[in-house]
Design a protein around this ligand. Structure first.
Ligand code: FES
Length: 239
């Protein structure tokens, strides 16, 4: 197996120390059940014409968005050039969990809630303050960056927090890939979901944007769009 670069190894060690520290403080092993995937109704990923959005259609290094597990909760869909392996992370309320392994022919496709774990900024059809951007010095090549308060997440390591005030990783969205058909389904979430706070905070805004502030399950299909066309404007964090 190829050895990890120093920066990656240091980060993993820091993450492990963080988890171990949390256990020591709590004085007990966290509940295993808390780290299990939370199933939601399965949704087939499709394009705007309802044709399945096949895994081979996902360009590595590009961000796509779909809404899951609710019609108003956006999710980043990203493929990388390399296999994505699970790591152990911890939520704000000290629950450890294993991040999902990548799916697809190269085990390189992952999905994360696009609701920032800090103050819940999210991509809307009008504008997005959170998106996939180039990493800075000492960071991975690409990071998910929220312009709100400059939280940065590493999408190749379970969207763990690498900078900024976010108190936990972005929640992971579980994907299933069918090798015969190349189709993808979203099936649930893992990690720190923010949906309760999200729907409470944005009830009025969601009512204006979507006509309803209620949680409506995504349904049998979820439409995937390139991030560039999901929001009219992608806010530059330098602006
Ligand atoms: S809302 Fe994203 S960093 Fe504050």
């Amino acid at each position: 197996m190829k050895p990890l670069p120093d920066t990656e190894r240091r980060d993993l060690m820091r993450q492990a120390a963080c988890v171990a520290g949390a256990w020591a403080v709590s004085g007990a092993l966290p509940s295993v059940a808390a780290g299990e995937a939370r199933p939601h109704p399965r949704s087939l990923l499709v394009d705007e014409y309802a044709s399945p959005w096949l895994a081979r259609r996902i360009e590595p290094g590009q961000a796509y968005l779909f809404n899951y597990p609710y019609t108003a909760s956006p999710v980043f869909l990203i493929a990388f050039e390399r296999e994505i392996r699970p790591i152990e992370l911890i939520t704000e309320d000290k629950q450890r969990y294993a991040t999902p392994v990548g799916v697809g022919p190269n085990k390189s496709i992952v999905a994360f809630s696009a609701i920032c774990a800090h103050k819940l900024m999210y991509p809307t059809p009008a504008i997005s303050f959170i998106g996939l951007r180039s990493g800075g010095s000492g960071e991975p090549a690409q990071v998910i960056h929220c312009c709100g308060d400059n939280s940065r997440y590493d999408p190749q390591q379970g969207a763990r927090v690498i900078a900024g005030p976010a108190p936990q990783p972005l929640a992971a969205v579980m994907l299933e890939w069918d090798a015969r058909s190349d189709q993808l389904h979203a099936t649930g979430t893992r990690g720190g979901e923010m949906f309760d706070a999200f729907f409470e905070k944005y009830a009025m805004k969601l009512e204006l944007e979507t006509g309803s502030s209620l949680r409506k399950p995504t349904g049998a299909t979820a439409v995937v769009r390139p991030a560039a066309s999901y929001s009219k404007q992608w806010r530059s964090c330098k602006a």
